[in-house]
Design a protein around this ligand. Sequence first.
Ligand code: NI
Length: 227
Amino acid sequence: MLLHIPEVLSPEELGQIRQALAGAAWQDGRRTAGNQAVQAKQNEQLAPDDPAAQFARQLILQALDRHPLFFSATLPGRIFPPQFNRYGGQTNTYGDHVDGAVMHAASTGQRVRSDVSCTLFLADPDEYEGGELVVNDTYGRQALKLPAGHAVIYPSTSVHRVEPVTRGHRVASFFWVQSMVRSDEQRRLLFDLDMNLVRLRQEHGDSTAAVGLTGTYHNLLRMWAET
Ligand code: NI
């Protein structure tokens, strides 16, 4: 499932993060690419222990924690500490690739299986030309370029790329979620059920049917979730 998660960051948080990243020490992104990805990757990243990255990461993790749509869609078990990349100038693209299956976070020593990939846009679309995230989804190819502070999630199994940035800079945060529900199909069913329950409650309040179906949601989650 590919999903746009609007307004992950408040305008204040976005401002603080952009200010912190503006003066940060960007490095060649190929340092952290695997064998296949290194051929395709031409961007810049911040080192995981960069102070600006650490500051921004905390704000993003807090923001994700309170976002109901992010929770419902990803059912996070573990979240890889968000990282930061920048595309522009000579390092402006990342060709077709699939993200590695297991990510090792040096800062926490934790391994995170990548079930869901996430890009959180930190630059507005009018600040750069190109730079679309192109994801080959089961429904076809989708090209995304979202407002700053908005995120997109998509299955980590998808082939995806970032189109060349021909003007300005595209700055984003990226990370992976190991979901409590490993199967994309099961996660999608739970998400659809949850969203329709929200609508049912809005239209009819906490009816007997809504209470019963909420029970069904939790019983499915209980059957499928690993914590
Ligand atoms: Ni990727």
